[in-house]
Design a protein around this ligand. Structure first.
Ligand SMILES: O=C(O)CCC(=O)CC(=O)O
Length: 268
């Protein structure tokens, strides 16, 4: 396990392969998850790419940090981690709130970002009303009270079978996130809007979405792809919000095809 102190926050991260030797892919996890969600994608890509994984603040083994925190704070954490690792011009792959962090990093530190893989994410996610209602429910009754509703957005009915042990494991992952970290991330997502910034993204980009994503549905992700100059758009079938868990093989194939057709840092 590796830990770094960045912006006064202890960040849990992992590096697989040597970043100096091969193209680097950085994975950013979604709300209510930690970096273990990427495992089935990482095992397929390791060897060809160097991989950086980390738990964004407030999730997994990373600190919650000072509150409130913004998407820009998350991007500053990631910039600090990449500076520590001497990584530049990386492929940044962000899932959902991870995609918001990726967009913020692109704006703030373009030297770090060579290409963007925006997975089940958007230029803006949800409304102030929907986030405030979720925050109030969690403050009132805890994360456990929203698990069923969240899982219906994260996974298809085929994955949500009670006998699927992976399904119960991911319910555990959600409920074991620090409640204050989860709430801080909800507030940060609520307050983030990259509608204008998306139009000036100047690196090769792809937007990917599960056909049954209940959190960032395909039409929303398509509208984000249309904002980003030259962005590609791919839909994964039989998949909801977390394709790295539900359809890792399909997601890896899309990532590989995208990366073999671009040079990180080129124009779109
Ligand atoms: O997954 C995220 O990072 C934010 C989008 C969301 O609301 C996920 C969920 O449905 O819980």
């Amino acid at each position: 396990m590796q830990f770094a102190r960045i912006n006064d926050v202890t960040i849990h991260y992992q590096v697989i392969g040597a970043p100096a030797d091969r193209p680097v892919i950085v994975f950013i996890n979604s709300l209510g998850t930690d970096f273990r969600i990427w495992r089935d994608v990482v095992v397929r890509l390791a060897g060809d790419y160097a991989i950086v994984l980390y738990d964004k603040r407030g999730h997994g083994l990373s600190d919650v940090g000072q509150l409130p925190s913004s998407i820009e704070d998350h991007a500053t954490d990631l910039a600090g981690l990449l500076d520590l690792l001497s990584v530049k011009n990386a492929v940044i792959c962000g899932l959902s709130v991870g995609g918001l962090i990726a967009q913020s990093l692109t704006q703030r530190r373009p030297d770090l970002v060579g290409a963007l893989i925006l997975c089940d994410t958007a230029h803006k996610i949800g409304t102030a009303e929907s986030w405030n209602a979720r925050i109030a429910a969690v403050e009132d009754k805890g994360i456990g009270s929203i698990v069923d509703a969240v899982m219906e957005r994260w996974f298809t009915p085929a994955f949500r079978r009670p006998e699927n042990t992976a399904y119960s494991g991911y319910c555990n992952m959600l409920t074991r996130q620090p409640v204050e970290g989860y709430l801080a991330a909800c507030e940060a997502i609520r307050d983030a809007d990259f509608t204008e910034a998306a139009k000036s993204i100047a690196v090769p980009s792809i937007c990917i979405v599960g056909d049954q994503d209940g959190s960032t549905p395909p039409d929303l992700v398509l509208s984000t792809a249309r904002l980003i100059p030259g962005a590609r758009y791919e839909v994964i079938r039989d998949c909801a919000h977390i394709p790295c868990v539900e359809q890792p093989e399909a997601l890896t194939a899309i990532i590989r095809a995208f990366l073999t057709s671009i040079s990180p840092g080129d124009s779109p």
